[in-house]
Design a protein around this ligand. Structure first.
Ligand code: PBG
Length: 335
């Protein structure tokens, strides 16, 4: 079995990855990654009511949707696929790795239009399974971990072949980073695709608006069997150790605001791995609605929160406020 934790070539193939490899904890256009919800309906251009300013977007409108952020210096996106009809979903999430999945056409379009943009893809089954869980279930309704890891690797390979620079498995289960690395190795893609692991992902109420955006809420049960218990720092650190051991190139803590102690611990334990923090849908919505209600100023509160993430040791911030943050950087008005 290969020891992927000692193979570095996927970590610096792209200029944005090389920048991230410097682990600089300061605001720049490289700091921010913009999550984008790609619909399988090419004509889609739908507001997401729960996520102000964000849209479910089809390939026909994607370039126009990203144009302002690109003009402000956007360096990277994190793509999420959304299926427009529940009849397209099945128990094993077939469309996570087959034509009909909206991600490969979006990758192709973005790579042509913006050759320097780093394209990361969320890799998960939850948007493609009829039950909305992140893995495949066994006859008792529990996650079949080994089979799920293989399905997740299938999806990662599908995106890798389409030209993704980074694959980001978000299910949080054992073995899936290694499964993805082995699948990449088998297809000679190891040096072209880096793995960003959602290593420390907590079972969080902050994901509420996202499940509406991605139309991926579980139809029964919840995700606490495969996401971390919010009060356990110990398990979070073990999850990061597991993923480093399996060969993750970069790590992530998610959500952000309520988990800065975890960011700090992971940063201290693995100072040589780029560390992303996901400022998730509920955190963004909280700031947006609070500012709208007059409680505080959106820009000031966002920069305070993002600044605290850098202070804790993150060097990559995944945020729905990315287009705005890039504008603030461009105006040189980061107070
Ligand atoms: C699951 C996934 C989720 C998010 C990213 N990937 C939701 C979940 O785990 O329930 C949440 C992101 C956000 O809230 O902004 N594939």
């Amino acid at each position: 079995m290969s020891n992927f934790s000692h193979q570095l070539h996927s970590s610096y193939g792209h200029p944005v990855l090389r920048h991230w490899a410097a682990n600089i904890n300061a605001f720049s256009t490289y700091t921010f990654v913009y999550p984008v919800f790609i619909s399988d309906n090419p004509d889609a251009n739908e507001e997401i009511a729960s996520l102000p300013g964000q849209r479910r977007i089809g390939t026909q409108h994607l370039l126009e949707y990203l144009a302002p952020a690109i003009a402000a210096g956007l360096k990277s996106v994190l793509l999420f696929g959304v299926l427009s009809g529940s009849e397209k979903k099945d128990s094993i999430g077939s469309l996570a790795s087959q034509p009909g999945n909206p991600i490969p056409p979006a990758i192709e379009l973005l790579r042509q239009a913006h050759p320097n943009l780093l394209i990361a893809c969320d890799v998960c089954l939850c948007a493609y399974t009829s039950h909305g869980h992140c893995g495949v279930l066994d006859s008792d309704g529990r996650i079949d971990s080994a089979f799920s890891a293989r399905r997740i690797a299938d999806s990662a390979i599908y995106y890798a072949k389409a030209g993704a620079h980074v694959v980001a498995p978000s299910d949080m289960m054992d073995g899936r980073v290694r499964e993805i690395k082995e699948a990449l190795q088998d297809r000679s893609l190891l040096d072209r695709v880096a793995v960003l692991s959602y290593a420390c992902k907590f079972a969080s109420a902050f994901y509420g608006p996202f499940r509406d955006a991605a139309q991926s809420a579980p139809s029964f049960g919840d995700r606490s069997r495969y996401q971390l218990p919010p009060r356990s720092a110990a398990l979070a650190i073990r999850a990061a150790e597991r993923d480093v051991d399996e060969g993750a190139d970069m790590l992530m803590v998610k959500p952000g605001t309520a988990y800065l102690d975890i960011v700090s611990q992971v940063h201290q334990k693995f100072p040589n791995h780029p560390l992303a923090i996901y400022h998730v849908s509920g955190e963004f919505a909280m700031l947006w609605h609070g500012a709208k209600a007059g409680a505080f100023d959106f820009k000031r509160i966002s920069l305070e929160v993002f600044g605290s993430m850098l202070r804790a040791g993150a060097n990559i911030i995944i945020s729905y406020a990315t287009p705005m943050a890039l504008e603030w950087i461009r105006e040189d008005s980061l107070v």
